[in-house]
Every structure is written in structure tokens, then in C-alpha cells.
Design a protein around this ligand. Sequence first.
Ligand code: E4P
Length: 219
Amino acid sequence: MKFFVDTADTAEIRELADTGLLDGVTTNPSLVAKTGRDFFEVIGEICSIVDGPVSAEVAATDYETMLEEGKRLAGLGENIAVKVPLTMAGLKTCSQLARAGTQVNVTLCFSAAQAILAAKAGATYVSPFVGRLDDIGQNGMHLISDIVQIYGNYPALQTEVLVASIRNPTHIVEAALMGADVCTVPPQVLKQLVSHPLTDKGLAAFLADWEKTGQKIIG
Ligand code: E4P
């Protein structure tokens, strides 16, 4: 499974890129707004940090403007995935951009029916939002399971399931068990993944025993 980080904060992206765990980045208008920076400058900088796909979202809602924005965004870097909303105009934009060889991430997916349309439109990625479904009392991971199963019925489909709106490590483990292609993970959740109290306890005990030997591996 690929890991994208869900942030527009370039300091966080640099830190995670250095770990070698990162396969790409997703942003959205809210994440870019949080940085207080110029949109094109921040997306350009992210593209220079990571080689993998960088999702940058259009802000228009009509097809013509969306397509124009998408083309401009695609020009920012070879690794841009233009993000369009799951609306009729977004799907039409997706079809056009995909035909021209641009990667497209169809976002704000909340149903299996919508995910079928994203695949039909030639999306590179479909982004179902699990956390936001959980927030309204539905089960976001059931949607992932349905989409993975549906796409699996049609092996010729190229669209990857990109699990978005992730809130905790359990979402990621369940997504991996279901065979989802990508998780886009907030930086704090990516850091939570590594933690286990028994790892900390075990390491402390090993180091204490090693100290008693008086030996050194280096120096
Ligand atoms: C990423 O592509 C999505 O925009 C993001 O995961 C949404 O997350 P949120 O529901 O926490 O805002």
C-alpha cells in the first residue's frame, strides 16, 4: 500500500520525505489556506520535494473553468494529480484531463455509485472520505470495502482507491486488509503508526542490559 501525506505544510512534508516512507502528497483548499501561503508557490515547492504524485485541487465548479484550472495546475510539475470534486462537471473535467494524459484525483467521494462514475471517467485515483462518513454516524470503512470489491470485479479498471479523511491508525490497517491502493495520512496519524508502548518498554530494557556490559559498538 502506498502512503501519501495529507498536508500542505512543506516543513512536515520534508521531514516525512526524509524517512523514505512517503509515496506522494495530497492537498485541498483548506490545507493550503492553513499555510497562509500563495497556492502556486506552495504546490510548486511540494512538487520539488517529492517525486510521487502531488494532488492539487481546482477551485472552480463549472466545467470550462475547472478544465482551464486543471491544465494550469498540471503545468506545475510532471507529478501533479489534478484534484476535481465528484460532481458532473468534475467528472467531465476528469475525462478530458485523463484523455490528455494528466493524472486526476476525483475527491469528495461518499458512495460506491460515485466511485463507479469516477472510474468510468478515467480517474487515476478516487478519494472516498472515511472520517467524514464516520463523523455522521456511517461506517467509512464499509465504503472502502465496497469500492475495492467493485473495482476488483473489473481488472481492466486502472483507478486506484485512495483512502482519504483518515483519523486514526485503525483506518489504515483496515484499508490495508481490504487491499486499498493508497492511504493519504495526516502527519500526526503517520507518527502514531510507529508507536507501541511495548516497543518503548522493550527498548528501554535492552539498553539498560547493554549498559551493564560496559561494551560499545562504536567508539
Ligand atoms: C484528501 O485528499 C482529503 O481532502 C482529506 O483527506 C480530507 O480530510 P478531512 O476530512 O480530515 O478534512
